[in-house]
Design a protein around this ligand. Structure first.
Ligand code: SF4
Length: 365
């Protein structure tokens, strides 16, 4: 006999068992909410209860001692609960109005800025980049920090046309959610993995060939002077999409290349369906060389895009909605970005696969 779903499910526990007391008491009864100031919301319930939500930025790599400090603050003011948002911010939910300023003072004392709500720059999302991963073309946390430092005032204020979501991903596998952000910084490889035959011969070659999503890897036999055969692989550079899967399986195929790796900038993506539907980010700048530790060229371009949008967008107009209204030629003109042949999307199944693109009369597609 089949077990009920509750007994089969071994995923995360039911969130309703973990709600802070005031949220559990008022579950399903919230009447309205308002933004009191940048970073501070007030929610009012039909029962007359109120809660105040203070949002702060948070470190992406966090020490256990810092987590203990955060928990002490949550114990003091937030009914022993706190919430990390999907953009790595922290929502502190405070039932007592008189505790709002006390909590703000304590979290700001720890260096956590209050903001990232409403029409502001929300926390920047990024992958781990060079720190942990073997596929990135750039240092995602390093760029995120440099961009955040430059646009920091936009996190704490509420004076952009709409929310601004920035994301950084070290490679096209997109752990940094760059496919749907207002501004997306994406690490770019431009050459396929370099094959080191001495290391590859120790790897499991059939698995390597089978793992490549574009069938770019083929077996290779090399005859040695003593007549024996060494097995390795070749990579068809035309087919390789620089995903790094093969390097994950075999250390003889390093993908990182200091000279050819860099960053591209994409714009206009969004997840929400408020006003207009969700949209993929589109290419704005195909390549900027890596320039650690502060990436000045990348930051200059991000600032240019933000300034043009801020000056020209209508109230509540997301980056992509602004571009759709003024048109891509105007976007390139207002931002001073060059339009190149790299901006022409020649993926012929775009319309079928992604439901995007433009049909031209007479097209075979
Ligand atoms: Fe294939 Fe990806 Fe390796 Fe290129 S990087 S050869 S696409 S597995």
């Amino acid at each position: 006999m089949a077990l009920p779903f509750e007994e089969l499910d071994f995923g995360p526990p039911d969130y309703r068992e973990m709600l802070p007391a005031t949220l559990a008491k008022n579950y399903g009864q919230w009447k309205y909410h308002e933004l009191l100031e940048p970073g501070v919301f007030k929610h009012v319930s039909k029962t007359g209860d109120e809660v105040y939500t203070i949002r702060t930025g948070a470190p992406k790599f966090i020490a256990s001692s810092t987590i203990r400090q955060l928990c002490d603050i949550a114990d003091k003011y937030c009914e022993s609960s706190l919430r990390f948002t999907s953009r790595h911010s922290i929502d502190w939910i405070v039932p007592k109005k008189e505790d709002v300023d006390k909590l703000k003072e304590e979290v700001e004392g720890l260096g956590l800025p209050v903001g990232g709500t409403g029409d502001s720059m929300h926390s920047i999302v990024q992958c781990t980049g060079w720190v942990h991963c073997h596929t990135p073309a750039t240092d995602s946390p390093g760029i995120a920090k440099a961009v955040c430092d430059e646009l920091f005032e936009e996190f704490k204020a509420d004076n952009l046309p709409s929310r601004l979501n920035i994301a950084v991903s070290g490679c096209l596998n997109m752990c940094g959610a760059v496919h749907c952000s207002d501004i997306a910084l994406l690490g770019m490889h431009r050459v396929p993995p370099q094959v080191d035959d001495d290391l590859v011969k120790a790897c499991e070659i059939p698995s390597l060939i089978a793992a490549c999503p574009t069938y770019a890897i083929k077996p290779k036999m090399m005859k040695n002077p003593d007549g024996s055969i060494t097995k390795s692989i070749t990579i068809n550079g035309e087919k390789c999409m620089y995903c790094g899967i093969c390097y994950g399986l075999c250390p003889g195929l390093p993908l990182a290349d200091a000279k050819n790796d860099g960053i591209s900038i994409w714009v206009g993506g969004k997840v929400s369906n408020t006003r207009s539907g969700p949209a993929f980010s589109r290419l704005a700048i195909p390549f900027i060389p890596n320039n650690p530790p502060r990436w000045p060229e990348t930051i200059a371009m991000v600032k240019k895009i933000v300034e043009a949008w801020k000056a020209d967008a209508r109230p509540h107009e997301r980056m992509g909605e602004w571009i759709e209204r003024i048109g891509w030629p105007a976007f390139f003109k207002k931002t001073g970005i060059d339009f190149t042949e790299k901006h022409i999307d020649d993926y012929i199944f775009n319309i079928r696969d992604m439901n995007v693109g433009t049909r031209v009369r007479g097209s075979d597609l």
